[in-house]
Design a protein around this ligand. Structure first.
Ligand code: FNR
Length: 371
């Protein structure tokens, strides 16, 4: 029997060659938001390594929506043109190209992880990386010592929706096959969804319907702007893992609404809402978030992507073969081995190619003859 991990999947008119996705992973290596050689080579390795879909990291739709000074952006045509080079290479190597559209909300204006992972400090200011004013649904900072976000007005929200739509237009022009809307990990849209960070008293807060209103408006606008031939993914934190935070029930309600407006895949992550001092209680074990994808599929009929400590080909195969998720994302393990997918194609019983046929021929031809 064919390994299910290597069964192609068609979403609208985009065909993924297999079920392995490299999920968005910020590299904090852009100059003024512009993709460069680093991004071409870094993402290109995953396409050469056989992934079905490579989703570029959180890419800010406005400059203030970056997490750090090193984030990718897509707020001008020049940004889109730099990304087109990356998308073109991924597709030339047989992978579908995705980009995650993002706004960091109250988690904007931070240090790169390896420079402290905290609010920008005097060190960064001294070398020209000053903090900038941040925004959120409500004026609640991430943690003690962090910047206070300004509360967004309804007019600001309209402006942000327009920024997401403009970004989708640039992503289309750049040749991307998939956009993923980032509504997870404590960034802007997640903070609208969660009752812990959305204390608004207008139409964009309050009960679950109110808290979902802005994220759904952005998703709807993206679905209208993004070509009907191309799939739209949304990434959520399925649970906050915090007292009084988002629950799976909230996420299933959100997923149902997203499905109704034409979203194609829910990418099911979790956590990230609070600062480090109040870390969420989510037990991280192999495949710890697969149950969220499975519940979304079962309860709402929306296709789902599983992510989180999926490291082994047999584990990934079982998730797809048992119908628990349609796609599996392999993040850090792909950082460790960009060839994860082509190696998996030789490991799994019933994988279509026992040899090196799924490898780029520049390597595969030689490897085939090595033994
Ligand atoms: C991430 N993650 C992440 N998630 C997201 O939605 N947008 C992003 O830009 C990033 N950035 C990012 C950077 C780095 C270096 C890592 C390691 C992770 C989360 C990532 O997509 C994935 O959900 C987690 O890494 C869990 O999957 P793995 O790594 O256990 O397979």
């Amino acid at each position: 029997m064919t390994a299910q991990l290597f069964t192609p999947l068609s979403l609208r008119e985009v065909r993924l060659r297999n079920r392995v996705v490299v999920p968005p992973m910020c590299q904090y290596s852009a100059e003024r938001g512009i993709a460069g050689d680093y991004h071409l080579v870094h993402y290109g390795r995953f396409a050469l390594g056989g992934a079905g879909l490579v989703i570029l990291e959180a890419t800010a739709v406005v400059p203030e929506g970056r997490i750090t000074h090193g984030d990718l952006g897509i707020w001008s045509d020049a940004h889109g043109e730099a990304l087109a080079r990356v998308a073109g290479f991924l597709k030339a190597q047989g992978a579908a190209a995705g980009v995650q559209l993002a706004h960091a909300g109250r988690k904007a204006s931070m240090q790169r992880p390896w420079e402290g992972n905290g609010p920008l400090s005097a060190d960064e200011v001294a070398r020209g990386e000053a903090p900038w004013p941040i925004v959120a649904p409500s004026a609640i900072p991430l943690d003690e010592g962090w910047l206070m976000p300004a509360e967004l007005s309804p007019a600001d929200l309209d402006g942000l929706t327009a920024a997401f739509v403009a970004a989708a237009g640039r992503a289309d022009a750049a040749g991307f096959d998939v956009i993923e809307l980032h509504a997870a990990h404590g960034y802007l849209l997640h903070t609208f969804l969660s009752p812990l960070t959305n204390r608004r008293e207008d139409a964009f807060g309050g009960d679950r319907a109110g808290r979902m209103r802005f994220p759904l408006a952005v998703a709807r606008a993206l679905r209208e702007a993004w070509p009907s031939a191309k799939p739209l993914f949304v990434r959520v934190s399925a649970v906050d893992g915090l007292e009084g935070g988002l629950t799976l029930e909230d996420t299933l309600a959100f997923a149902g609404e997203l499905r109704a407006l034409g979203v194609d895949v829910l990418d099911c992550s979790s956590g990230g809402l609070a600062g480090s001092a109040t870390a969420a209680r989510i037990r991280r074990d192999y495949g710890f978030q697969v149950g969220f994808a499975e519940a979304v599929k079962r309860e709402t009929g929306l296709s789902a992507m599983a992510v989180g400590l999926i490291v082994d080909p047999h584990q990934a195969e079982a998730i797809v073969a048992e119908g628990r998720a349609d796609l599996v994302a392999v993040g850090r393990e792909a950082l460790a081995d960009p060839n994860w997918t082509v190696r998996a194609s030789r490991t799994l019983d019933g994988a279509p190619e026992p040899g090196f046929e799924t490898w780029p021929e520049q390597a595969g031809w030689w490897l085939e003859r090595r033994e």
